[in-house]
Structures are given as C-alpha cells and as structure tokens.
Design a protein around this ligand. Structure first.
Ligand SMILES: [Zn+2]
Length: 282
C-alpha cells in the first residue's frame, strides 16, 4: 500500500493529517473510527427538518415558483389539497415552472413538482409519482438523505465537523445540500418500499391504482430516450425499469383491482370550468 487512495488522501487533507506518512497502514476499522469522529454527531429528526426547510427555502428563492393564480398551482392544489396532512406528516406543495421532468420531497414535508412532470402525467399518475416521493419522507429516506448530505458538507468544513451537534451551515453548503436532495440516490429497497407506499396511498384514498403502473411505464419510456437526473434517480437502482410498472400491475391484480389504465384527458377540470373559449388566451 504505497500509494494513498484518493479518498483517503482527501480525508487526510480535510482532517489535517500527514499523507506523507502513508506507510502507516490504516485498516478498515481505524478508518471507520476516524470517520466516526467526524460524522458521529447527533443529527436529530428536528435537525433534518430544520435543515431541509432552509435548503428548500433557498431553492424556492432561486427557482421560478408558480404563483397562486398559475394554472399549475391551481391544478396541484386541486389534486393534492386534501393531502396536506398525510400519516402525521405536514406537507406543503409548490410548482417549479421548469420543463424538467422532476419532483422531490424533503424531510420537512416540502414537496416540489416541476412543470415538466405535470405536463406528461394526468392527475392520477401525478398522485402515484408524488405518492412515491411522499413515501420517501414517510419512510425516513429523506431524513437519512439530508443527514448524509450534511455530513458530506461537514467533512469539508473543519469547524462544523468538530461541533457535537448539527452546526450552522454556510449559504454555499446549503446550496450543495439542496442539490444533493434533488438528486438523492436511494437504494433498491428504499425505491421498492416507496413504490409500495405509493400503491397503498392510491388504494387507501380510493384512486385508480392502475395509474401507478401507467406512471412508471411513462417514466420507463422516457428513460429510453432523453436523460434527466430525475429519470435516472427513479430508475437507476432498477436494472429493468419496466419491472416497477409490472410490480404495480401484479399488486393490482392481486387486489382484484387491475384493469388497463385509461389515461385521463388533459386537465378535464379546466375544460369544464372554462366558460368562454377566448378567455384562456390573453
Ligand atoms: Zn424514489
């Protein structure tokens, strides 16, 4: 072991250790101890919620948030208004008017949906996808994600890493933590658990559970073409993206609820409530 691996060199540099004396063989256990010294800080659920709230507030400032009168906001409120409180979680929903197909939910209960996702999903499919994201919050995946992101940033900041509890992060660290949250990579188990949550969410609330299969079929098709971090995130831990759609179908069949999903026509409520056709174009 003559050459210090890069990650070790970086860790040493961060900790101010001498990489020159690399012949001292740090075994796995010793390395674990060193890392524990840095990352063994207490990071409570409240810390996760507070830090998430701060990171989302920063993202809200830096992204085009749809206002209350925006058709995207009106639609999101219509679909999710009754789900502001879900299994003890207090959720808040906002639309980012960005073309990217994306959505995320954070430990404080913030749910952010990109316009690009809303454009390709009908209401039920949107419920299925957002239900999946809410699942990550309910299952504490979001809390673990921000803890990991925080620890990663704390590692690059000696002052924060020496604090016994979650220390105040800088604005640039908060930005990095926010990006990490948007791109959170979850394990296959976390993904399938969130899929299960989504299916149960649909069933419990009396929605058409077949929209889960349909939503994943849409995302699977997209993953074959254009790339986006969301699609990657939704699909990366699954070698066969179509399998998730198939799993949802199998669940529906088992429950005797399966029928081929009929996609709703785009924004049916908007059509019904529009009294004059010219009113839309201004
Ligand atoms: Zn997921």
């Amino acid at each position: 072991m003559k050459k210090t691996p890069l990650y070790l060199a970086t860790l040493f540099a961060v900790l101010g250790l001498q990489t020159v004396s690399a012949q001292i063989n740090l075994g796995e256990k010793a390395l674990g101890a060193v890392q524990k010294g840095v990352t063994g800080l207490t990071f409570s659920d409240a810390d996760a919620a507070n830090l998430s709230r701060e990171a989302v507030a920063k993202m809200d400032k830096e992204n085009p948030v749809a206002d209350d009168k925006d058709p995207y906001t009106i639609r999101l409120k219509r679909v999710f208004g009754k789900h502001a409180s879900e299994k003890g979680l207090t959720l808040n929903f906002k639309v980012y008017k960005l073309k990217e197909v994306n959505a995320f939910a954070t430990a404080d209960g913030s749910v952010r949906v990109f316009a690009g996702l809303m454009d390709i999903m009908d209401d039920n499919e949107l419920l299925a996808v957002i239900g999946h994201e809410i699942g990550h919050v309910a299952n504490h995946d979001s809390r673990d994600a921000i803890k990991t992101a925080y620890q990663k940033e704390a590692l690059t900041d000696a002052a924060a890493s020496q604090s016994a509890s979650a220390a105040k992060v800088t604005d640039s660290q908060l930005g990095k933590i926010g990006s990490a949250l948007v791109d959170s990579q979850y394990s296959q188990k976390q993904e399938s658990d969130a899929d299960m949550y989504s299916y149960d969410f649909m069933k419990r609330n009396g929605y058409d559970v077949n929209a889960v299969e349909s939503a994943f079929t849409i995302l699977a098709k997209l993953s074959e073409g254009q790339q986006s971090s969301f699609i990657e995130r939704m699909m990366s831990s699954h070698p066969d993206p179509k399998k998730r759609a198939a799993n949802a179908k199998a669940r529906a069949e088992k429950d005797g609820l399966y029928k081929p999903y009929v996609k709703q026509t785009a924004k049916p409520a908007a059509k019904k409530t529009t009294t004059t056709k010219k009113k839309k174009k201004k």
